[in-house]
Ligand binder design. Structure first.
Ligand code: ATP
Ligand code: MG
Length: 386
């Protein structure tokens, strides 16, 4: 009996004339991800079918599919011709070791199949009861649901479980975004959420070596690698803000350190975004979480941008909601390894929660902003994520 994986996609149905763009992207993302397993992808009305793989790789393929945005759910299914006797043989075999209660969920997408769904469900239910005395019928709250999906390609797919996919839109369908990736808990989650909505991630990490350690950067590389599971085109750039922080420390009111540093970060992010031909900057900020994440701080920092938008997917999240996702995507364990971040270097005793733009501009006027930015941009390095 041939096993295949039946893949369902959802929201891209809504995209009208652009639909083929989204579907083609999803197809090429799936094909690239399953290539190492030699599996073949085909299409039948509203489903993709993965076939031709070694059955012992089914679990690995399942892990791969869970990380592909745009997939709503999928099922490991047995496929047979849409012929009643063949269907009933598969159903008997699939249910032979089950105990408890069951129901049959029949779906006749192929209206030329001669038996209507309710009738087919009744017939197959009867066959199961005749062959397995450990099972009884419960249509409302069954232990097992045996799904029989009769598709238009003359084939019927029979399966027990639906595995939830990550949903969202095919990665790449929403263009690129520059993700400000620290080593913390929030920014990797922000990156995951945007990849899920179709964004290819250009990760940008600011370090202050030698005040921050090489291990702090290794941790960021490990986080980028975790995110690359959702976006195989992901890149990571690291850039030094050491000189910028030293200059602020030397010349400005210490309470302005974080505000001024963040304005530099955003200016640099905008330059990187332009080079990447995007206007999207993504951060892990959440309203009110720390001094730099009040609306006043965000406004003063964001005002340095000319042509970009800042997307903050976690803006309304509580920390524990973010942690829940961090655990799910397996970034949490890495994020909590204790290494310093550049934001914690020269940390002021009283960071401003409501910085005033005129005062910030006054402090900034003590610095040669353009040459500091140029110097930082010249230090930019691309790190390979394998
Ligand atoms: P995170 O857990 O993501 O580090 P946080 O709660 O610690 O966030 P901040 O340190 O204020 O908050 O940083 C807010 C956002 O600024 C981060 O989510 C990230 O997007 C960006 N950011 C902070 N530090 C860096 C850095 N060293 N490199 C790149 N981006 C950074
Ligand atoms: Mg942080």
């Amino acid at each position: 009996m041939e096993k295949v994986i039946l893949i369902r996609y959802g929201e891209i149905h809504l995209k009208g004339r652009n639909r083929s763009f989204f579907e083609n992207l999803l197809v090429s993302n799936i094909k690239a991800a399953v290539k190492p397993y030699g599996a073949v992808l085909s299409h039948t009305s509203g489903r993709y079918i993965l076939s031709n793989f070694d059955e012992k790789n089914a679990n690995k393929l399942s892990e791969v599919l869970k990380n592909i945005s745009g997939i709503v759910s999928f099922s490991l299914a047995i496929v047979c011709a849409s012929v009643y006797d063949q269907i009933s043989n598969v159903v008997i075999d699939l249910s032979k070791d089950l105990k408890g209660t069951f129901k049959i969920e029949a779906n006749r997408a192929d209206k030329t199949f001669p038996i209507k769904s309710p009738e087919l469900a009744k017939m197959l239910g009867g066959v199961i009861l005749d062959n397995n005395t450990m099972l009884s019928v419960d249509c409302f709250n069954p232990n097992h649901t045996i799904n029989v999906d009769i598709r238009e390609n003359n084939k019927t797919y029979i399966y027990l479980e639906k595995v939830l996919g990550m949903g969202g839109m095919p990665v790449g369908s929403a263009g690129k975004g520059v993700l400000l990736l620290s080593g913390g808990i929030d920014s990797p989650v922000a990156g995951y959420m945007m990849a899920k909505r179709g964004v290819n991630l250009v990760c940008l990490h600011f370090h202050s070596f030698p005040y921050t350690s090489p291990q702090a950067q290794e941790k960021v590389e490990a986080l980028a690698k975790i995110l690359a599971k959702y976006d195989s085109h992901l890149t990571l750039k690291v850039i030094s803000v050491t000189k910028i922080q030293e200059e602020i420390h030397k010349k400005c009111n210490p309470n302005f350190m974080i505000t001024l540093l963040r304005r530099f970060m955003f200016r640099i992010a905008e330059i990187v975004a332009k080079n990447e031909q995007t206007s999207m900057i993504i951060t892990g900020e959440s309203l009110g979480q720390v001094a730099s994440q009040t609306i006043e701080s965000m406004t003063v920092v964001e005002s340095v941008l000319k042509d970009s938008v800042v997307l903050r997917p976690l803006v309304a999240f509580d920390k524990n909601e973010t942690i829940e996702i961090a655990r799910k995507i397996n970034s949490y364990k890495t994020s909590i390894i204790p290494y310093e971040d550049c934001c914690t270097v020269f940390l002021p005793k009283n960071p401003l929660t409501k910085p005033r733009l005129d005062k910030v501009i006054f402090e900034e006027s003590k610095l040669d902003v353009d040459s500091l930015i140029n110097e930082a941009i010249n230090s930019i390095k691309e790190v390979k994520i394998n």
